[in-house]
Design a protein around this ligand. Sequence first.
Ligand code: NCC
Length: 276
Amino acid sequence: TPKLSGPELLCQLKDKVEVATLTPDLQPFSLLPWATQLPPQQLTSDLGPYKSCAVVSSAGSLRYSGLGKEIDSHEAVLRFNAAPTTGYEKDVGSKTTIRLINSQVMASDDHRFLSSSLYSSGVLVAWDPAPFSADLTKWFNRTDYPIFAQYQRYRRLHPLQPFYILHPRFEWQIWQRIQDNMAEPIQKNPPSSGMLGTVLMMSLCEVVHVYEFLPSRRKTELCHYYQRFYDAACTLGAYHPLLYEKNLVKRMNQGSDRDIYTNGRVTLPGFRKLNC
Ligand code: NCC
């Protein structure tokens, strides 16, 4: 396979990946009473367009970064899973426009998803590692974690907070972009939340800044900026094809290598701004 340039990769991503969310009209959900809890419109028609956006990875290297002010200066900020802002404002800011969560966070007792105030600000977007086919009925019958039961409970407790579920097609379309641009076969697991969130924001924003997804000089084995837990696999990947995701993002980066090294910052154009 020929190695595509950064602009070619960006156009491929724009053309072949669609940020789709579940709507009440989709089968098998349309047959279930709770389908009316799903947002009637696509996320991309409800949110944005935003001028400048920040995607804040949860990496340990954000600790002592002092990037908080810069992150909050963006019009919209996306965070992941259980990543807090309280107590870490100096390094990660305090604004949360969108929180992207995996189904494990929704289902596990330690995260107290239904009761913690961590999840109550901004727009929630959830995803679950679906079977490769992205067939909705197959997925519905075999979700990785009980995403739908938890979704219904959360909606009943917080009926006014916008809450979307990503269509599994989205995760596998991105996976395919990663695979098609790598010489070797990659593991058939969906991309990390970091990669999904980055592409999500590219579809809503004119420009996207991703923080500490490509590690800076602060690179550390500390897994998350908010936890005393060390594991190099958090940065390099194990289940997720994280190293391949990072390789792709590095190739698409329009900022300088120095920006990565000193600030852990990558700059990506929004899809709307691209001339393909
Ligand atoms: O760790 P996690 O992700 O919540 O981090 C969010 C995204 O930030 C990027 N990251 C994180 C740490 C690090 N050192 N370097 C990074 O680049 C990654 O892009 C990551 O996706 C996930 O992708 O949803 C993940 O979730 C956790 C876990 O489920 C949640 O944190 C809740 O506890 C997964 N960990 C486990 O399953 C043990 C992780 O593999 C991926």
